[in-house]
Each structure stands twice: as structure tokens, then as C-alpha cells.
Design a protein around this ligand. Structure first.
Ligand code: ATR
Length: 289
């Protein structure tokens, strides 16, 4: 079994990512930079995998000896059916982005959530006792909600176009802890959120495509309630949400550091090692090239 361009890489040194589409992934930069710096012969390969091929590809990768995999859109939920075990946090989030080779198959983890928490920490944003407004209630938002709850946020509002999706996440999180109050808000009811200063996290997919506007036209007065802003999107680097934050003078970051740290954490799991801060900085520079 040979992959074009990687014929000289032994399967046990192969890492990869399954997604669709997958053309624009930056993950190979993260993992190949790490392997080069650490003198490991591992290589990281993107694979475009269709829904109907997912379970077969996971099995094939395991049988061939592939060391580890990342899983991205649209497979983060479905892949769980093809795993021998799922880490408890990933199970609660309901999404897996990292497969680690164990006896008999792969075990699933979610490094997006701790990756984002680490990224926020490096930006000086603490979640403990924080009040948060999340925009969006899709798969990525679910991991963010779980992060807010795990790190002890006080109150989280989840605003979404489709109320039922926000409500489903809020119900799951409120069942999980009493420390954080999670409230679903239909986007047309955004004015029900009390005046205050919030950490605002943009979790919708709006902003990914050229010509996208703001996810919601709530006006400057609403967005000025942000004391800090985060957009999960990293490509483009400047989204309409981040431009709005800049216009209002609110400090804000895009999703590149989250991408960085979810990758570092996955690499640490695959290789059972700790990546130094100096090497992390080096990878971050490589990502910005
Ligand atoms: P992901 O895995 O990236 O989170 P997703 O699960 O498809 O992707 O979720 C996309 C999110 O962006 C959802 O919150 C979605 O809102 P709905 O639940 O109402 O579909 C939101 N979204 C996508 N397009 C949108 C738009 N034009 N306006 C507002 N929200 C939008």
C-alpha cells in the first residue's frame, strides 16, 4: 500500500487527516514542522474521505499500521462509530478530532476544546467566572460550550439562528454542571441578553467565504458588549466579526492559535511526548508563513 509522494514513509510513521474538503488544511505544516524539529521521520498526509468511505478508511489505516489521525469536517461526529474507545470529554462534546492507536483500533479524543482553552490562556483570557456570549450552535460551538463549562464560566448565552440547536447544547451542558448557567437565545431575541461586558466567541461558519457579512446584524451596541472577541475561523485571518471588533476597539483573536494548540496536543498524544514552548512558537511562525 503506497501513497503517491510518501512511498518511502513506513506506515507506522504515517499521520494524517480525514476530511472533505481537505485541500486547504494547514495541519501538515504543524505536524511536519514538529517531526522535522524533533528528528522524527513521521509525515502527515491529508486524505479526502467521503462519508460512505469513512469507516472503511479508518479500518484500513489501522490495519496498515498508521500511527494517528486527525478527523475534520464533516466526520467529527460519525467517526465515533468506527472507534474502539472514546475519551469521556470527547464523548460529552459529541465530537472527535484525534485518533490515537491502541490495542484493536483507534481511541478518539477531542483536542479542539483544550486547544482553544490553551490559546485563550496565552492571550490572557481566563474563562473562570466569566460571562460569555457564543454566536452559533453547530459542532464547533458544542466544543466551545463544553470548554466554558469545564473551565468554570459563570454564565453562557448561546445565540443561534436555529433555536433548537442552541437549546440542545444548553440542555446537555446544564445537565453536566450546575456551576455554569447556559442559556439558549434565538437570534431574533438577542436583545433579551442583559447589558454587560462579555467574552464573545464567534462559532458560526459565517465569515469563511468571500462576501460573507456578520453572522447576525445586531448592530454596534450589541457587539460593543464584548470586552474581548474570539473568532474560531482562521482563514481568512480577518473576518467581518473581527473587523467589527477592531472598529469598536475590542481586543480580538482569530482561530489560528486554536488550530496550533489542537495540533500540538494531538501530536503529544500520538508520540507520548511534551512539545516545548520554544518549539510551539516555531510552529506558530511556520503557520503564519
Ligand atoms: P461547524 O461544525 O463548523 O460548527 P455546523 O455544525 O454546520 O458547522 O454549524 C454552523 C453554525 O453556523 C450553526 O450555528 C449555523 O446556524 P444554524 O444552526 O441556524 O444552521 C450557523 N450558520 C451558518 N450559516 C449561517 C447564516 N447564514 N446565518 C446565521 N448563522 C449561520
Amino acid at each position: 500500500y503506497a501513497i503517491q509522494g510518501y512511498e518511502d514513509v513506513a506506515a507506522e510513521h504515517l499521520l494524517g487527516i480525514f476530511g472533505n474538503p481537505i485541500k486547504h488544511t494547514l495541519s501538515p505544516v504543524i505536524h511536519d514542522t514538529l517531526s522535522d524539529a524533533l528528528g522524527l521521520s513521521e509525515r502527515y498526509v491529508p486524505f479526502c474521505v467521503k462519508d460512505e468511505d469513512l469507516s472503511r478508511c479508518v479500518k484500513l489505516a489501522y490495519d496498515e499500521g498508521v500511527l494517528g489521525l486527525n478527523i475534520t469536517v464533516p466526520h467529527k461526529q460519525h467517526v465515533m462509530e468506527s472507534l474502539v474507545n472514546v475519551d469521556i470529554a470527547a464523548k460529552t462534546i459529541g465530537a472527535v478530532n484525534t485518533l490515537v492507536r491502541v490495542e484493536g483500533g483507534y481511541k478518539g479524543y477531542n483536542t479542539d476544546m483544550p486547544g482553544l482553552a490553551k490559546a485563550l490562556e496565552t492571550e490572557g483570557i481566563a474563562l473562570k467566572d466569566e460571562t460569555v456570549i457564543m454566536l452559533g450552535a453547530g459542532g464547533a460551538a458544542r466544543a466551545v460550550a463544553y470548554m466554558c463549562v469545564s473551565y468554570g464560566a459563570k454564565q453562557v448565552y448561546i445565540v443561534n439562528r436555529t433555536f433548537a440547536r442552541a437549546q440542545a447544547i444548553a440542555d446537555d451542558m446544564n445537565a453536566f454542571t450546575e456551576k455554569t448557567v447556559v442559556q439558549a437565545v434565538a437570534s431574533e431575541d438577542y436583545q433579551s441578553i442583559p447589558d454587560g461586558k462579555y467574552l464573545m466567541i464567534q462559532c458560526t461558519s459565517v465569515g469563511l467565504h468571500e462576501g460573507d457579512g456578520m453572522p447576525f446584524d445586531f448592530g454596534d451596541a450589541f457587539y460593543a458588549m464584548a470586552k474581548a472577541g474570539v473568532d474560531l475561523i482562521y482563514n481568512p485571518a480577518q473576518t467581518p466579526f473581527l473587523k467589527e471588533m477592531a472598529k469598536l476597539g475590542v481586543p480580538a483573536v482569530n482561530g489560528l492559535k486554536m488550530l496550533l494548540y489542537q495540533g500540538i496536543l494531538a501530536y503529544e498524544l500520538w508520540n507520548n511526548l511534551k512539545v516545548s514552548e520554544a518549539l510551539t512558537d516555531k510552529v506558530y511562525l511556520a503557520l503564519q508563513d
